[in-house]
Design a protein around this ligand. Structure first.
Ligand SMILES: Nc1ncnc2c1ncn2[C@@H]1O[C@H](COP(=O)(O)OP(=O)(O)OP(=O)(O)O)[C@@H](O)[C@H]1O
Length: 311
């Protein structure tokens, strides 16, 4: 049995006398131990979908099953869900991390003793032990995010919903959250994750689902999706002997070249396009060009352009 099965979800909102079709047709499935990256542009319907899965808003049509149970009808289904939704970290600022874990544990039906024991285990796993006794409001944003995820795991749910888990975190904190997500999945929990940071989605996910205007336009194992949609495109890492001037950088930027550093560029496209770009770089001497598989960002943008043409 899958940790999550959502079938043909649909939801519209009434706003100012108009109907907004937020989710038109969304089906998703995640098995235990799998990470699904749920990607889409702003306003595509990701948060609305997650809220339907979490039992927070009722779908107009379709069904949700969490380990076989309907969160809109059976309370036990909600015992299998943990959620950290963007902008709602659900922590008590004046309480300590351990008190938060104990409080949410008891709220989720654990005994005070079990909640404390699991809380301490989670603080250990999440590297928050030394902060166990201070008020949450004094923790850094990265620590608060880690604590929010720990709190969502206190009742050991089969499914963890994470909306933008690395948003606003510095590189190091984002790295820690990334490895924690892999750690949680390795322990057998299913994770549904939304993010606009596609490099993070690429390394973390087993599967990707792309939503556009309320409809899933692609869903596949991550590597398979990239291979399938990359076509003739590759990613080229270009290293120059000297820094590129700003005028040329702007020119190359308009051709899709990413200037990572003044002497290091990245481009995803066909080899014909690469030659055109190299032409523009003349006479700056090249140090090296390395070719790699196209990345998820390239595939994502390509899918959206395709969806726009069809839609
Ligand atoms: N409570 C609401 N009332 C009316 N319209 C809403 C409401 N919530 C969302 N919408 C609309 O539904 C659509 C989908 O929004 P949703 O928040 O699900 O998108 P999203 O993919 O999560 O976007 P983002 O990446 O920007 O967070 C948007 O057009 C949004 O304006």
């Amino acid at each position: 049995m899958k940790a999550l099965e959502a079938e043909h979800l649909k939801k519209s909102y009434q706003q100012g006398g108009k109907t907004v079709q937020a989710v038109v047709d969304v089906s998703l499935a995640i098995a235990a131990g799998e990470v699904l990256a749920f990607l889409g542009p702003n306003g595509a319907g990701k948060t609305t979908t997650i809220k339907m899965i979490a039992g927070l808003i009722r779908p107009d049509a379709g069904r949700v099953r969490i380990v076989g149970r309907d969160p809109h009808r059976e309370e036990q289904a909600l015992a299998q869900v943990g959620a950290v939704l963007e902008g709602n970290r659900n922590l008590y600022w004046r309480l300590t991390p351990l008190q938060n874990l104990e409080y949410f544990g008891v709220l989720r039906g654990l005994t005070a003793k079990t909640a404390r024991q699991r809380g301490l285990e989670l603080l250990e796993t999440f590297g928050l032990m030394e902060k166990q006794g201070v008020a949450v409001q004094t923790l850094s944003r990265g620590m608060q995010q880690k604590l929010a995820i720990a709190t969502a795991l206190i009742h050991r749910p089969a499914l963890l919903l994470l909306d933008e888990p690395t948003l606003g975190l510095d590189v190091e904190a984002a790295q820690t959250v990334k490895s924690l997500i892999r750690h949680i999945a390795a322990a057998g929990q299913a994770i549904l994750l939304t993010t606009h940071q596609l490099d993070i989605a690429e390394v973390l996910s087993d599967q990707v689902a792309v939503i556009q205007q309320g409809v899933i336009i692609a869903q596949a194992p991550t590597r398979e999706l990239i291979r399938h949609f990359a076509g003739a495109a590759s990613t080229y890492h270009i290293e120059l002997e000297q820094a590129i001037d700003s005028e040329r950088a702007t020119q190359l930027g308009s051709l899709g070249v990413v200037v990572e550093e003044p002497h290091r560029l990245r481009f995803t496209g066909s080899s014909e396009e690469l030659y055109r770009i190299l032409d523009k770089m003349n006479p700056i001497p090249l140090l090296s060009i390395k070719r790699a598989e196209a990345d998820l960002t390239h595939v994502f943008l390509k899918l959206l352009r395709k969806g726009n043409r069809q839609g």
